[in-house]
Design a protein around this ligand. Structure first.
Ligand code: LMR
Length: 361
């Protein structure tokens, strides 16, 4: 049993993820071979006598495991071992996420949220979403919160402040060694982080590469991928999206063309979390250095996407650009049939079919 899960379950049972008054029902999916260790975890959960834990079920059946789920954490991937690059995991793991996307689409609760933690998280999110025809891309998030926490921790240490005083550190792009931890908009106690730290060389040099390589550093030290910190970041991500946060939070979400990033990638951007959902923070000024870093991580995601094309259904058009959905909604709200038909033309077949049937009913 992956240690990440154990931490998440314990936090879930004690209300740290969804609130102290939210009862939870856990549905745990394991491979058939992993059922015995899973039983051990279930016993520990029982023994914890968590007042919020209504029930715990273990299964190796994806549809049973995702059935009616409101929140799903996809951590089940082959973990990276020392010396492996994340791209080595692509072929092994992406297929697992295609099956999970299908099962989620068939059985999860409407409007459910899915957080992809297993690597390569961004491209796994793309594969899962592409294989979930009855869900919207917005429901799938790839986790870059761990990178954000790492970056915030390093900034706080450098400035000699408490980490809670650091905000607006952004992780752009892929949860990988190409990610761009950006402090151009960051603040420390309300002041520009750059003005407090006064060390641009560090901020664009050692700081960036340390955040980028921290996952590999942890693997080298403990002989296994991060577990406790990854679990903590997953809890933070779900909690902030569900319960709200007054800080920006970086999340890998469908690229919608903002900041010039398109192509249906799951690209990490800063998000506002007002509660129950997230919205992308748009329109930030991007300097030349940042633009270069953002393009480099985009290029890696494009290559990853192209490497898993065989797992994307042929009807999948690399994501539905949000602008198109917005245009459709506006036409719908205006009850303008001609505009509705026009707006639906460029959408994937399943959307066109849904619009046609809604118009004729
Ligand atoms: C991490 O950032 O710690 C992990 O995602 C590293 C990895 O590749 O497992």
């Amino acid at each position: 049993m992956h240690l990440v899960l154990v931490h998440v379950f314990l936090a879930h049972g004690s209300g740290e993820m969804l609130g102290k008054d939210q009862p939870v029902r856990l549905q745990l999916i394991e491979t058939k071979q992993g059922m015995s260790p899973l039983k051990g975890v279930m016993m520990e959960l029982e023994d914890g006598a968590f007042p919020l834990l209504e029930s715990v079920k273990g299964t190796s059946d994806l549809e049973e495991g995702f059935g009616d789920a409101n929140f799903s954490l996809l951590v089940g991937a082959m973990p990276r071992k020392q010396g492996m690059e994340r791209s080595d995991l692509l072929s092994a793991n992406a297929a697992i996420f295609a099956d999970q996307g299908k099962a989620l689409s068939a059985t999860a609760a409407p409007g459910s949220r899915v957080l992809i933690v297993g690597n390569p998280a961004n491209t796994n999110a793309l594969v899962a979403a592409a294989n979930a025809p009855d869900m919207l891309p917005e429901q799938f998030m790839a986790m870059t919160r761990l990178d954000q926490s790492r970056a915030e921790g390093m900034i706080a240490e450098k400035a000699g402040v408490d980490v809670k005083d650091v905000d607006r550190v952004i992780i752009w792009g892929n949860h990988s060694a190409t990610q761009y931890p950006d402090v151009s908009h960051a603040r420390i106690g309300g002041r520009w982080a750059k003005d407090v730290i006064k060390d641009d060389k560090w901020l664009t040099g050692d700081f960036v590469s340390k955040v980028q390589k921290r996952g590999a550093e942890v693997i080298a030290a403990r002989g296994a991928s991060s577990a406790a910190s990854a679990a903590s970041a997953a809890i933070d991500n779900i909690r902030d999206v569900h319960l709200g946060s007054d800080k920006w939070q970086s999340i890998g979400v469908l690229s919608d063309g903002s900041y010039g990033i398109g192509g249906g990638l799951w690209y990490s951007v800063p998000c506002a979390c007002p509660g129950l959902h997230y919205t992308r923070v748009k329109g930030l000024p991007i300097d030349a250095y940042s633009a270069k870093m953002m393009s480099a991580t985009e290029a890696e995601l494009v290559a990853e996407r192209d490497a898993v094309r065989h797992l994307l259904p042929s009807s999948y058009d690399a994501g539905v650009p949000l602008q198109k959905l917005v245009a459709l909604k506006e036409a719908w709200d205006a009850n303008d049939k001609a505009r509705i038909q026009e707006a639906s033309k460029s959408l994937p077949a399943r959307f066109q079919a849904a619009v046609k049937s809604a118009l004729s009913s």
